[in-house]
Design a protein around this ligand. Structure first.
Ligand code: AMP
Length: 444
């Protein structure tokens, strides 16, 4: 077939898909402890949602959106991030007016950006994120940052860096933008065309520029920390103090402005450099947004949130061997030696599965050597060998593939014998309970 994946997308298959699910499950376990409930929003939204929230001056809206007209000429966009859709859903479902505050929602799903594909950067990628809306108390912000940190710790991350900055409140940023305009005025002709446009629309965005000559100029630019209003500075200090209280290490980073226009006050990013020196980019990032709900027609509620990139989490965990314990495995392989035993074997196989013992059989009647190889590939611990004699005696030969020990087990005792071996070998399965093989004694 000569039809290939669209550039920047990737298939996630088998063990890898299982790993993504494990990552999502582990993250869900953590966020539920913080009182979050799930939300699912559409993959496409009206384009205007993103131009109004993520912002006209952001790279995402200017260059990276998958926007198209539907058959009724409505302009729709594949979501480049999920916060905007969540805020629209909050307003549309009137949660901002009726739900107890704070509204705490988490999501997982694909996002789409027409980005330049590279290590850790895709055009369709998965995000897992949280939004905490309704209370702007510094502890609410610190709690959200701590959640991101604790979640990564729970996944097994050890050496990550939390970068943090404050973009200040409205008055802080207005003054800062003026200062930036003054600074860039005479440098602009040496800067990239994008920055020349950003100068007009939102000079803060110039600080995001990745062009080397512009990065050099940016290093000398005025810093936001000098422009924080007393209120913004106090709020920032309280958030930092709360993080210290939790013994969460952070680095202040004056250049962290984040690429989305809705951010205000505290913004943050989780970074990780692997032992091999590979950098997959930021693992996650987020911040406060004070006007997003109001901007979309809702109540004047502030919020804070972050999103992780699941591909990046997966890459880091794979490299560090953190996913090994989560690889899919089956518990038992049923091995009929001849088609004459298939009926007996099939009944046992299905009964094991009914008792939530993950089981498999190839029914290929290949020599045991081959069947053992198959069992090894599937990570099975137990082989259940069935020949003529076994059927006659209503028994199964149970082999522990770790220790190579072998025993004959009467059909009525099979389930407990398999469970015992699995337990002994530390193989966990969620047993539905019950005795014997689960049948009423008529497995043949
Ligand atoms: P953002 O919405 O830009 O704050 O991104 C949040 C997180 O999503 C980032 O820290 C990355 O982990 C991930 N991410 C963003 N863009 C991409 C991309 N193009 N490919 C893969 N992951 C991404």
């Amino acid at each position: 077939m000569d039809i290939k994946l669209p550039k920047g997308t990737h298939d996630i298959i088998g063990a890898e898909a299982e790993a993504f699910e494990s990552i999502e499950t582990m993250l869900k376990n953590v966020v539920r402890n913080y009182g979050y409930l799930p939300i699912r929003t559409p993959i496409f939204e009206h384009t205007e949602l993103f131009t109004r929230s993520v912002g006209d001056s952001s790279d995402i809206v200017r260059k990276e959106m998958y926007t198209f007209d539907d058959k009724a000429q409505r302009s729709l966009t594949l979501r480049p991030e999920l916060t905007a859709g969540v805020m629209r859903a909050i307003v549309e479902n009137k949660l901002d007016a009726t739900a107890a505050l704070p509204i705490k929602l988490f999501y997982t799903g694909p996002a789409f950006r027409y980005d330049r594909p590279q290590l850790g950067r895709f055009r369709q990628f998965y995000q897992f994120g949280v939004e905490n809306v309704g209370i702007a108390h510094p502890y609410q912000v610190a709690e959200t940052i701590s959640l991101g940190y604790e979640a990564l710790r729970y996944l097994g991350f050890e050496s990550m860096t939390l970068k943090i900055n404050s973009l200040g409140d409205g008055p802080s940023r207005d003054q800062y933008k003026e200062a930036l305009k003054g600074f860039y005025k005479n440098q602009l002709s040496a800067m990239c065309p994008d920055c020349q446009a950003r100068y007009q629309t939102n000079p803060l965005r110039i600080l995001d520029c990745k062009v080397p000559t512009d990065i050099a100029i940016n290093e000398k630019a005025p810093k936001i920390s000098k422009f924080l209003s007393p209120n913004a500075q106090r709020h920032f200090n309280q958030v930092l103090a709360a993080l210290k209280l939790q013994k969460i290490p952070f680095e202040l980073d004056d250049n962290l402005v984040r690429g989305l226009d809705y951010y205000a006050d505290v913004v943050f990013e989780f970074n990780y450099k692997s032992p091999s020196g590979k950098s997959y980019g930021a693992i996650g990032g987020g911040g406060q947004y004070n006007h997003l709900v109001r901007e979309l027609g809702g109540q004047p509620l502030a919020g804070v949130g972050f999103a992780f990139g699941e591909e990046r989490i997966f890459s880091v965990m794979t490299e560090a061997g953190l996913l090994d314990d989560h690889l899919p495995h089956i518990d038992a392989v049923v091995m009929p030696l001849d088609e004459k035993q298939d009926e007996f074997a099939f009944t046992i196989l299905q009964n094991l599965r009914r008792e939530t013992i993950a089981s498999e059989s190839t029914f290929d009647h290949k020599p045991l050597k081959n069947q053992f190889k198959f069992a090894e590939k599937r990570g099975a611990i137990v082989a259940l060998i069935i020949g003529d004699q076994e059927v006659k005696d209503q028994q199964v030969t149970l082999k522990n593939l770790n220790t190579q020990e072998q025993q004959k087990v009467a059909i009525g005792d099979l389930l407990s014998a398999v469970e015992k071996v699995l337990e002994q070998e530390g193989h966990h399965h969620s047993s539905g309970g019950g005795d014997g093989c689960g049948c009423d004694g008529d497995c043949n």
